[in-house]
Design a protein. Structure first.
Length: 94
């Protein structure tokens, strides 16, 4: 769970990131808060980092719509791709 919390913290610290959920943009801090809340709600489905990304960070459980991340440079990525990249980045630093 510590790795998941580090990943969520890293997401929340991306000042220029926009998290797009069900067509609405949210700040990085709001994204972190959302991911923490959804993790609590889906905790029984999360045993690994891959579970977290798939069950919490990939798509809306309500609409099935994929989450997106818009980076400061304007690129938009599926959140699963962004979370994987971010995980590699923060683990490389350790």
């Amino acid at each position: 769970m510590a790795r998941i919390n580090r990943l969520i913290d890293a997401v929340a610290q991306h000042g220029d990131l926009k998290f797009i959920r069900n067509g609405k943009e949210y700040t990085a801090v709001q994204a972190g808060d959302f991911l923490r809340g959804k993790l609590k709600w889906r905790i029984e489905k999360v045993a690994t980092m891959q579970d977290f990304i798939a069950e919490v960070g990939t798509r809306s459980t309500t609409t099935g719509e994929a989450y997106l991340v818009r980076l400061g440079d304007g690129r938009t990525l599926p959140s699963a791709e962004f979370l994987g990249q971010e995980l590699r980045r923060i683990e490389k630093k350790r």
